[in-house]
Design a protein around this ligand. Structure first.
Ligand SMILES: [Zn+2]
Length: 303
């Protein structure tokens, strides 16, 4: 047996039987998170699913995915850089008319084609605070122009590299100045410390969520791609998601599955499509950013 099948074999053993019995132990690591969730008025398990649409491939994929999600009763919120919104204004405008929610994801492009693949660009940690604020305001103008709806939420480009307290405060402050209610622009570690929804600079932040097995690691499509050129999503994505949803439901644990994916990474990929079917079957309550804000606002703003 060469190394890859051997690892896969070990992983499948790891995920079966004994893994499930460890549910309570794993949830113990989410104890502070659970308490904070209750204080934020969260009484059940919610899914806040969003899509980062950074490349030209994502517009068509988002359109197709949106139909599938709607047919399964799953709500989606879209984070599209202004440059991509303008390129595919027809598609995104149409999704917005159909009721899809869009958050501000900045104005500049987040990816460019180099040789044989899409490569990331626009990193806020290499820009001045003024340039970051300008980009957030530009994103606001473009979302409003293309969708006809004023956004109420924000997520930074490649937000994992912009997590220092002063950087997060800058984003929250700028979003508050724009009249926003929420941001979802921090890593799972922030949720473990402060819970699924917390107040900062007048803004409610929804940190991204990991999994019960790897609570610090974001459960996004990029992390679990097994081929980053032709895009193939690994089975671990489904396994981690299934284990997380099942364990949290079994233990009646309140929380928010603040998960995101890139449409082109997940459309027609079995691990993702199965994950959506699972959450639909288990009737996890699916919400957009605005709906989640309505749920938590009274309690979070009282704290
Ligand atoms: Zn992005």
């Amino acid at each position: 047996m060469n190394i890859i099948p051997r690892l896969q074999h070990l992983a499948s053993r790891f995920f079966s039987g004994s893994g499930r019995q460890q549910g309570s132990q794993q949830l113990a690591r989410l104890d502070a998170y659970k308490q904070a969730a209750r204080r934020a008025g969260i009484d059940r398990l919610y899914l806040f699913l969003s899509f980062d649409c950074d490349t030209d491939l994502d517009a068509d994929a988002a359109e197709e995915l949106h139909c599938f999600l709607t047919s399964r009763g799953i709500k989606a919120t879209y984070a599209v850089p202004g440059a991509q919104l303008e390129k595919a204004a027809g598609i995104y405008g149409h999704l917005a008319t159909g009721g899809a929610e869009f958050m501000n994801h900045g104005g500049l492009p987040h990816a460019e084609w180099r040789e044989d693949r899409w490569v990331g660009r626009t990193f806020y940690d290499s820009m001045t605070a003024e340039a970051v604020a300008v980009d957030i305001r530009r994103g606001h103008e473009i979302v409003t122009a293309v969708t006809g709806v004023v956004p109420t939420g924000f997520r930074a480009p490649h937000f994992g590299c912009f997590q220092k307290p002063e950087q997060v405060a800058l984003m929250h402050r700028t979003a508050a100045e724009l009249g926003y209610g929420y941001c979802s622009t921090t890593l799972p570690a922030m949720g473990l410390a402060k819970g699924p929804a917390y107040l900062s600079q007048g803004i409610v932040e929804f940190p991204c969520f990991g999994s019960v097995r790897n609570p610090e690691t974001i459960l996004d499509s990029w992390t679990y791609l097994t081929d980053r050129v032709n895009y193939a999503l690994g089975d671990d994505y489904y396994r981690l998601l299934e284990e997380t949803v099942s364990t949290m439901l079994e233990h009646r644990m309140p929380g928010v599955l603040t998960w995101y994916a890139d449409p082109a990474h997940v459309l027609d990929q079995a691990p993702f499509m199965r994950a959506i079917e699972l959450m639909a079957k288990k009737e996890v309550t699916s919400v957009t950013g605005d709906q989640l804000l309505d749920i938590v606002s009274p309690a979070v703003r009282m704290q």
